[in-house]
Design a binder for this molecule. Structure first.
Ligand code: PLP
Length: 348
């Protein structure tokens, strides 16, 4: 049964979810205060809970994942530094070049596989001013995205995360995780976020994606780092007042919407397996690990989007021949069967 009454099957992103009635009830009952004056008990509760879940000292509630990553980069680096990340990562592709504009850092890009870095590639990419007669920038931060969105929603192995963190540390770099969908990775790999982040300095976690809250992300890290981050949040315009209404949705999401991510993953698998058998479409099944399905189409992405749209199904084009379908809270088993049926009609 559909929990939220949408008249289309919207697979563009897991950001399209709307608060359910139960979440709205919790929101309306929440106690709020002016969070810039540190008066909002619900925001405090959310920050404390998320810090505990991550095994870190402190957390900061911010309006978006983009701002959270931008603050992390600003707090970890100085202008003229360099950060290391994967070419298809969200920070590099979709955050408006914020790392350059807001932090004045350059980027050392790595071509990963399925959106993922390797420890060896990270070691090779880190440059240091020292010993270069001042020619190189100072590589001071490594950013890892888990799940890796454009990699297909793929999950890092714990072994690789630990090894990348060790490599970063050995080269005098901080290590940040863009964990916009970290709970998808945690559910899929059956690893606690605390363990996953054991050797990380900071993580950005989104509430407004698979977890189904309307707004907000948390930046989590050590006490001193979060104190610095708090100043940058204010400077970037992210200090919010009665944001407890939003934090309440986040608390509800952490309690009710983590384990159910396994349903999204199961539905994504089913969709991917069925469509991959159809002529005219191809899917890298190895990359379908969580709630995303990237589909290559002989008819081209724009045409496929149009055809699906005519049947009440929305997807996003992510290249000339590729579209992305993302499974989330409002997508039911019946919806998936309907999507498979429509793909079957479009297959050649
Ligand atoms: C991996 C990843 N990081 C960060 C973000 C940014 O989040 P927001 O849209 O809240 O700015 C997104 C958004 O889709 C994302 O997929």
């Amino acid at each position: 049964m559909r929990e939220y009454n949408l008249d289309r099957i919207d697979l563009r992103s897991d950001t399209v979810t709307q608060p359910t009635q139960a979440m709205k009830d919790v929101m309306m009952a929440s106690v709020v205060g002016d969070d810039v004056l540190q008066d909002d008990p619900t925001v405090r509760q959310l920050e404390t809970k998320m810090a505990e879940m991550c095994g870190m000292e402190a957390a900061l509630f911010v309006p978006s994942g983009t701002m959270s990553n931008a603050i992390a980069i600003r707090a970890h680096t100085s202008p003229g530094d360099e950060i290391v990340m994967e070419r298809t990562s969200h920070i590099y592709q979709y955050e408006g070049g914020g790392y350059a504009a807001l932090s004045g850092v350059s980027v050392a890009l790595i071509d990963g596989e399925k959106g993922q870095l390797t420890p060896a590639a990270v070691a090779k990419a880190i440059r240091k001013a020292e010993g270069s007669l001042g020619h190189y920038p100072d590589g001071t931060l490594v950013c890892v995205e888990n799940t890796a969105n454009r990699g297909g929603g793929t999950c890092y192995s714990q072994e690789t995360l630990d090894a990348i963190a060790a490599t970063a540390k050995a080269h005098g770099c901080a290590i940040h995780m863009d964990g916009a969908r970290i709970f998808n990775a945690a559910v899929k790999t059956k690893t606690s976020v605390k363990r996953m982040l054991r050797d990380f300095d900071s993580v950005s976690i989104c509430l407004s994606k698979g977890l189904g809250a309307p707004v907000g992300s948390l930046l989590v890290g050590g006490k001193d780092f979060i104190a610095k981050a708090s100043r940058w949040r204010k400077l970037f315009g992210g200090g919010m007042r009665q944001s407890g209404f939003l934090a309440a949705c986040g608390l509800y999401a952490l309690e009710h919407n983590i384990e159910r991510l396994a349903d999204d993953h199961r539905r994504a698998q089913h969709l991917a397996h069925e469509v991959s058998k159809m002529a005219g479409f191809s899917i890298n099944l190895d990359a379908v690990e969580t709630n995303m399905v990237y589909i290559d189409s002989d008819m081209g992405a724009k045409q496929l989007m149009h055809e699906l749209g005519e049947h009440g199904i929305d997807v996003l084009d992510v290249g000339p021949t590729a579209v992305r379908a993302v499974i989330h809270l409002h997508v039911t088993d019946e919806d998936i069967e309907q999507v498979i049926k429509v793909f079957g009609q479009l297959a050649n």
